[in-house]
Design a protein around this ligand. Structure first.
Ligand code: ADP
Ligand code: ADP
Ligand code: ZN
Length: 218
């Protein structure tokens, strides 16, 4: 059976999570976020969470073996049998190669790169508010919740991620440019990518992403 594997690339804060939630719903695909999977492991205090914590707090990427095992375990589950949406994976060329080796020739890989300049990233990340309950994201100024501190979607509490500080953002951006930006080129040569201007409003970015997903599928 052919699976739709939709990959969202982009810098930290580019809007991958925001768009992933909407795209997953619109395309009926499970939303698989490696950042969310690591945070789940952290909050449960699993051995994997313990191993990942130091890297995440420092703004470094978690080593490939740990990420790849965790991701394969997740996409091996029943709900991903018809396809899935990847948010935050692959972040290195080695991760892209490992995923490629796992997919079948008939799988339909679609790659969207959400482009936002570094100058806009710091403000986005330092103003981000994340829901501990459902993973929804808001922004203090750009997308404030209706009631301060409360998630519009599930009523859960909102908080700032420990790694969403101005200091750690610089490290995460450096890791993005060194290790993740080459992944876009890797896919451009192999399957093609759809570049979307991520500085537009969330609705406009969604429209552009949705058009990409459809275009590649048809
Ligand atoms: P953002 O939404 O800001 O891009 P994520 O929630 O995707 O951040 O990731 C948070 C942290 O989790 C990263 O800074 C990194 O330490 C780790 N992480 C998530 N996905 C990966 C991955 N595919 N490879 C390596 N590390 C990852
Ligand atoms: P990523 O998953 O790529 O790290 P997020 O989707 O979590 O990015 O978005 C980062 C922050 O920027 C959040 O606070 C979010 O509300 C905000 N944001 C997302 N998309 C936009 C947009 N198009 N314009 C302005 N702010 C945005
Ligand atoms: Zn919520």
């Amino acid at each position: 059976m052919s699976r739709q594997v939709l990959i969202l690339l982009g810098a930290p804060g580019a809007g991958k999570g925001t768009q992933a939630v909407r795209l997953a719903e619109s395309l009926s695909l499970p939303h698989v976020s490696t950042g969310d999977l690591f945070r789940e492991n952290l909050s449960k205090g699993t051995p994997l969470g313990d191993k990942a914590k130091g890297y995440m707090d420092a703004g470094d990427l978690v080593p490939d073996e740990l990420v790849i095992d965790m991701l394969f375990d997740r996409v091996g589950r029943e709900d991903c049998a018809g396809g899935y949406l990847l948010d935050g994976f692959p972040r290195t060329v080695a991760q892209a190669e490992a995923l490629g080796a796992r997919l079948d020739a008939q799988d339909e890989v679609q790659v969207i790169d959400i482009e936002v300049p570094d100058s806009a990233i710091v403000e986005r990340i330092t103003g981000r508010l994340s829901c501990g309950g459902c993973g929804a994201v808001f922004h203090r100024s750009f997308n404030p919740p209706a009631t301060e501190g409360t998630c519009d979607r599930c009523g859960g509490g909102l908080s700032q991620r420990a790694d969403d500080s101005a200091e750690v953002v610089e490290k995460r951006l450096a890791a993005y440019h060194e290790q993740t930006a080459p992944v876009a080129g890797w896919y451009r040569e192999r399957v093609g990518i759809c570049a979307v201007d991520g500085t537009q409003s969330p609705d406009e970015v969604f429209g552009a992403c949705r058009a990409c997903a459809q275009e590649v599928a048809s």
